[in-house]
Design a protein around this ligand. Structure first.
Ligand code: IVH
Length: 718
């Protein structure tokens, strides 16, 4: 089940890893839509919520930070149509803050970093965060030479010809400006121009744009600069890149200089001296927001003194001297037209509210997840009340919808005054709406608590579970069969002809052979064709040999996500060894059971789920047929002998200078060590870089061996 609504501190490591994986994919998907194709599917608030969730998970489980983590990237890589421009100085991102406390923390951290006392006042600037596209415009000897988008922060796209069409951006600067000047700021489209453009698009029968930001992006990415010219783009200057001679020594002074040079600057920028003043300005800008002719999504605070900015410096992606205080997620009222139940791969019955379409934060919302029957009643995951008792969600209710904290919009509350007289409490089905089997809430043997999720007990006979199972089997981190998506699975599942039917995974691999002997040809069916059928068979055949962890993950065992599958593959090495161990572990005692539970990262719930899975004859039968078609490869075994750290548990802490955390982890693991995120009695070695804090203290307290990076390097190379 998805864990996305659960509090971060209630998640197991497997759940967190699975969620981080999902978030990495999801955020990358939205990045691509946002930066590459200018057609986002979610609001910025939602996007921020995803990133925040990712950050929170990474703070709690630093050992799970992925290679492809969204926290390591700024924006998306540039698209291909424009030539690349390497920025003279990287274009960084801003950290986000969401509450007054966050802002207080930010200001306090600036004081702390600089070793200042609160009475040695530090001035900040506060200005709107413009929701457009950042641009770096380079002038040499007063003439515009290149303009580039941010791209991935290091390399952007060369959009010089297009930027030259923007009337507000000078092509030439006044005499006496520094020889090299890079002005940075935001290109945007005015709300009024956006509305006018959409009216025109509609009149011409063309597809309308989603919001001003994406329209501005789309308008800039035109290969034909004439189109850009017709779009009335605008600009605010607020920062700089390379500059050969500094014309001012404060943020405020720099922006005033840009104004003198002929650039538009935002009139709401202020220089302020206290947190109270900063927050008051935030409120003021918030009040003006609806009346501004451009979209803003927050207020940016920057340390005013450039000398202090230089001392504060940067973290990996963002300056320590600035933060973006975002406006809260938008909410709206709408009606619940219907409550429907979806059945997932593991049989979970998930209620979904079908809403009367409503625009929230610039995006049309038609569905909201209701998670489970308790949520509908207003009861949270730990049995706590999340809404007053009579505020259960009913069909026909008017509700407050929020797009934030989740990709999927949330229903926050019910507007009781609007409840219809004949509205009836939603009766959660006790049987599966797809197959009619009993749907039950399991009781956790250990805690005695009832699971919040009701599950269909139909297993393989349930069409929903079976198709979801197949969809999981072919999904990207499992068998990854191109050309076999959700639609195709439904098609093959439903097909009555035996040569075309796929009801279990092995049948994917017998499809080609069955087709050769059949007269009902797939290539003659609408939507397939000779070429795509050929490609499909190739894609299927390419997977006849598959990595063991993918094979295990693809089986769809409950609680076994990609990370667990990798652990299992690494621990058992071959499928035979794994399957034998699972069968031998059936009594939930004995060596096989103990070995399984001893694997770091595998808890009892997961272990039980695996044993249960292998107790089901039907599962074993399907796997036996699958193994006639597919060969799982032997997993690579890490070197565990002859290494001085083999079998040791190592914790890395502090800011590592000789290697990145990932490098350190990968290297240690390849030498047979286990890398943990926190120090305990089981820890053997703590490697501490500069700035190490509580983990180092704890290690000393527990008498765990500690060393610095050099000592560690000496140890592992010795
Ligand atoms: S300052 C080193 N000021 O927000 C930081 N950025 O999330 C330089 N943005 O990439 C950026 N309004 O596209 C700054 N008044 C403002 C801004 C602003 C919008 C954008 C900009 C930046 C992003 C960071």
């Amino acid at each position: 089940m998805s864990t996305e609504g659960s509090a971060v501190d209630t998640l197991t490591i497997e759940e967190a890893a699975a969620e981080l994986e999902r978030l990495a994919k999801e955020i990358a998907h939205h990045d691509a839509l946002y930066h590459g194709r200018d057609r986002p599917e979610i609001s910025d608030a939602d996007y921020d919520a995803l990133k925040r969730r990712n950050d929170a998970l990474e703070v709690r489980f630093p050992e799970l930070i992925r290679e492809d983590s969204p926290s390591r990237r700024v924006g998306a890589a540039p698209s291909v149509t424009f030539s690349p421009v390497v920025h003279a100085r990287p274009m960084l991102s801003l950290d986000n803050t969401f509450s007054q406390e966050d802002v207080q923390d930010f200001v306090a951290s600036v004081y702390r970093f600089l070793g200042r006392l609160p009475d040695q006042s530090i001035a900040f600037t506060a200005e709107p965060k413009i929701d457009g596209l950042s641009m770096s415009i380079r002038y040499e000897n007063g003439r515009l030479v290149t303009a580039a988008t941010r791209g991935d922060g290091t390399t952007g796209e060369n959009v010089t010809a297009n930027i030259r069409t923007i009337a507000e951006i000078p092509n030439e600067l006044p005499k006496g400006v520094p020889a090299v000047v890079e002005i940075r700021g935001e290109v945007y489209m005015a709300k009024s121009d956006f509305l006018a453009l959409n009216r025109q698009m509609e009149a011409e029968g063309k597809q309308t744009y989603v919001n001003p930001r994406n329209t501005a992006a789309g308008s800039l990415r035109q290969l034909d600069a004439k189109v850009t010219a017709s779009r009335k783009l605008k600009f605010f200057a607020y920062a700089w890149g390379e500059i050969s001679e500094m014309p001012a020594d404060t943020q405020f002074g720099m922006v005033q200089t840009f104004k003198d040079w002929g650039f538009p600057v935002n009139p709401l920028m202020k220089r302020l001296n206290s947190v109270a003043d900063i927050l008051a300005h935030y409120d003021e800008i918030g009040l003006e927001r609806p009346d501004l002719d451009y979209d803003i999504d927050g207020v940016v605070y920057k340390v005013d003194s450039l000398e202090l900015q230089a001392r504060l410096g940067f973290r990996s992606r963002s300056p320590r001297w600035a933060t973006a205080h975002k406006f809260p997620a938008e909410q709206a009222f709408t009606e619940v037209e219907k409550i429907e139940i979806q059945v997932g791969r593991t049989g979970a019955l998930t209620p979904v509210a079908r809403l009367k379409p409503i625009t929230v934060g610039g995006v049309v919302v038609t569905n909201a997840t209701l998670h489970n029957e308790d949520y509908i009643k207003g009861i949270g995951n730990s049995g706590e009340r999340i809404r007053p008792e009579d505020h259960d969600i009913r069909e026909g209710d008017t509700v407050i919808v929020q797009r934030a904290g989740d990709v999927i919009p949330q229903i926050l509350d019910v507007v009781m005054e609007k409840r219809l007289a004949d509205a009836r409490s939603y009766e959660f089905p006790k049987t599966c709406p797809v197959c009619g089997s009993h749907a039950v809430r399991e009781v956790n043997e250990k805690t005695g608590k009832m699971d919040s999720v009701r599950r269909c007990t139909g297993g393989f006979i349930c069409r929903a579970q079976a198709t979801e199972h197949l969809k999981h089997f072919v999904s990207r981190n499992a068998f990854d069969i191109e050309g076999l998506g959700s639609k195709q699975i439904d098609f093959f599942f439903e097909h009555e002809d035996a040569s075309l039917q796929i009801r279990t995974a092995p049948e994917i691999f017998t499809l080609e052979k069955r087709q050769q002997q059949s007269l009902t040809k797939l290539e003659n069916i609408d939507g397939f064709g000779k070429v795509s059928v050929g490609k499909l068979y190739t894609a299927i055949n390419e997977r006849r040999s598959i990595a063991l962890h993918r094979f295990i993950y693809a089986l769809g065992i409950r609680h076994v996500g990609e990370t667990t599958a990798k652990l299992l593959a690494r621990s058992y090495g071959t499928y035979e060894a794994f399957a034998t161990a699972m069968k031998e572990a059936a009594p939930l005692s004995g060596d096989a059971w103990n070995d399984l539970n001893a694997i770091e990262g595998i808890g009892e719930v997961v272990a039980r789920a695996m044993v249960e899975f292998y107790k089901e004859p039907r599962n074993v039968e399907v796997i036996t047929r699958l193994l006639e078609e597919v060969t799982p490869q032997q997993a690579e075994q890490p070197v565990t002998t002859g290494s001085p750290v083999a079998g040791k548990t190592v914790v890395f802490t502090g800011s590592l200078e000789k290697f990145t955390r990932d490098e350190a982890k990968a290297r240690a693991e390849s030498l047979g060590a286990k890398v943990a995120g926190s120090v305990s009695k089981k820890t053997d070695i703590v490697v501490a870089g500069p700035g190490a804090g509580s983990k180092l203290d704890k290690a000393r307290e527990l008498g765990v061996q500690t060393m610095d990076e050099d000592e560690w390097l000496a140890l592992i190379s010795g």
